[in-house]
Design a protein around this ligand. Structure first.
Ligand SMILES: Cc1cc2nc3c(=O)[nH]c(=O)nc-3n(C[C@H](O)[C@H](O)[C@H](O)COP(=O)(O)OP(=O)(O)OC[C@H]3O[C@@H](n4cnc5c(N)ncnc54)[C@H](O)[C@@H]3O)c2cc1C
Ligand code: FES
Length: 508
């Protein structure tokens, strides 16, 4: 069957085919594009999100922006600018002209340059230099935003990792399953750092911070001065001391190197035990099943993910994994390991070639503690993500912030939150006084099922399910005292975007 020819948007679209609110798909000079109408305003932008190529025609238009249906990135319809992570790069944007009763897509609008005039280092309110501790989601997005905002001072990013900032969520998903190649994993091409003059130092662990002298010291003794500092140290996997376990048998998953080490084992392994029925543990289970490996999941809970998603979704996720051949040993943990034999606390045994432990993470706060910053089960920050020391900011998994939506001080471990906090911290380093008020969002992928979650519900008194979990089509609303705290969806991306919007507006 011949492909349906795409509509050439340069040729013009009749107004009658473009009612208010409509989105028309087509192409402009062989690039896929969408044409939108909002009242008397017309916009033409690239059809795909720059994060994972999500289809923007299926997204949500909010004022003069479009939000991506997959992981809620947001783009300006006027400039194509990537306004909110997880997309960091703009989409194409064209000028649109109305001629009589037709609208025509004209020339491409130059991509967004720095949003403000160059900000010379040391000019009033602008630090002469910025040091970022952490080469992850928050660290990279902060550095990126500083340059997008025209900051011209020195940026140094220290990372204890041995590889440049990477797409961490992919490490338990497609990369581990063998469906994403190595070159998908770095967040930025190698030349990006030199081009933007971001001094990325790998294998560089900061050992201490002197907030009085504005100085960091690395574990090799080198010292660097800063005028503003961002702590984006993330979180470390909780380690288990299992009697009899040899280091080579046990794997944790946080870094690209960790994921590569598991892939290397998976090549010849027949069976794995995953300790932890959490998001990471279960994503690892799904990815290793995709490689044809026998997977046994061990965890102390009786229903996986119940604490975060409730019993109904937890049972559904368990059944989904069982359908794909995963064996669960719940209500138990590992008591010892002898060679390939893993003994559980109820004395049952499972033989496995290796073990992956995913039992949660702890925020990496040692540096902040040593520096004397206020700690509150994470690095305590204010609404501007500033710590108790002036000019020292924190973002991402390590930071606990006052969430305006729940009214609680929260710390969460979501990729999009970390990136957005990095961006807001960067703006505040430049003196913009921008409160962090994004509604939290995360996604998790299990085989062909993706769960999207907006909001934050640590506890709830009611769960309402619209649709059917078994049909992989539903929205699950978590409420307390009649108020919606969070919504989880499966295959209802637009509903997830609308829920995000409703949560944003509910608190205004
Ligand atoms: C395998 C995996 C899958 C995930 N999947 C999802 C998902 O599907 N959806 C989702 O929302 N979230 C997911 N997450 C969570 C998400 O990746 C984190 O929330 C996010 O990476 C946090 O960003 P961060 O910048 O705070 O920390 P990180 O990205 O962990 O970066 C921390 C950085 O700090 C560095 N560092 C720490 N201490 C020091 C020091 N003393 N000196 C120098 N550098 C230091 C580390 O080396 C690292 O570079 C996943 C996490 C993992 C590990
Ligand atoms: S594909 Fe658009 S946000 Fe991920």
């Amino acid at each position: 069957m011949a492909d349906t020819p795409t509509l050439d948007l340069r040729n013009g679209v009749a107004l009658r085919d473009l009612p208010d609110g409509a989105i028309v798909r087509g192409s402009v000079d062989a690039e896929e594009a969408i044409l939108l109408r909002r009242g008397d305003a017309f916009f033409a932008v690239g059809a795909h999100c720059t994060h994972y190529q999500g289809p923007l025609a299926e997204g949500l238009i909010v004022d003069d922006t479009v939000r991506c249906p997959w992981h809620h990135a947001c783009f300006s319809l006027r400039s194509g600018d990537a306004l909110r992570a997880p997309a960091l790069d703009p989409i194409a944007c064209w000028r649109v002209e109305r001629v009589g009763d037709h609208v025509h897509v004209r020339e491409k609008i130059a991509g967004p340059g720095p949003r403000t005039a160059p900000t010379a280092a040391g000019s009033p309110g602008t630090p002469a230099s910025v040091v970022i501790v952490g080469g992850g989601a928050a660290g990279l997005s902060a550095a990126d935003m500083l340059r997008r905002e025209g900051y011209e001072g020195a940026i140094t990013m220290f990372s204890a990792d041995d590889s440049p900032p990477c797409d961490r969520p992919n490490l338990s998903k497609d990369f581990l399953a063998g469906t994403a190649p190595d070159d998908w994993i770095p967040l930025r091409a190698p030349e990006y750092y030199a081009e933007r003059q971001i001094g990325l130092e790998l294998n560089a662990r900061v050992a201490s911070i002197d907030v009085q002298r504005n100085r960091v010291q690395l574990d090799n003794g080198d010292q660097r001065e800063f005028e503003a500092l961002l702590l984006a140290t993330g979180a470390d996997p909780v380690r288990l001391a299992i009697p009899g376990a040899a280091d080579a048998q046990i794997h944790y998953l946080r870094t690209f190197a960790d994921s590569r080490a598991i892939v290397a084992k998976a090549v010849s392994a027949k069976r794995v035990v995953v300790v932890g029925a959490s998001f990471i543990g279960l994503e690892v289970a799904a990815s290793l099943r995709a490689r044809g490996i026998d997977v046994h999941v061990v965890g102390p809970e009786s229903v996986p993910l119940e604490r975060v998603l409730g019993p109904e979704v937890g049972r559904f996720v368990r059944e989904l994994h069982e359908l794909h051949g995963v064996a669960f040993h719940l209500g138990r943990t590992v008591s010892r390991i002898d060679g390939n034999r893993i003994t559980l606390t109820d004395a049952t045994t499972v033989d496995a070639d290796f073990v992956v432990i995913g039992v949660g993470v702890r925020p990496a706060i040692a540096l902040a503690e040593q520096a004397g910053l206020t700690i509150d089960r994470g690095i305590a920050v204010d609404q501007y993500l500033e710590t108790s020391a002036r000019g020292v900011f924190a973002a991402g998994d390590a930071a606990r912030w006052p969430d305006p939506h729940s009214g609680d001080r929260i710390r969460i471990e979501h990729w999009v939150v970390a990136e957005r906090q990095g961006q807001v911290a960067a703006l505040n380093i430049l003196g913009r006084r921008r409160p962090f008020d994004a509604v939290p969002f995360f996604w998790s992928q299990h085989y062909d099922v993706t769960i999207n979650y907006v909001g934050h519900a640590e506890n709830w008194d009611a769960i309402a399910i619209d649709g059917t979990l078994a049909a992989h089509d539903c929205a699950v609303t978590y409420k307390r005292a009649g108020r919606t705290l969070a919504v989880a969806t499966i295959a209802r991306d637009l509903e997830s975007l609308r829920a995000e919007r409703a949560l944003e507006s509910a608190d205004r």
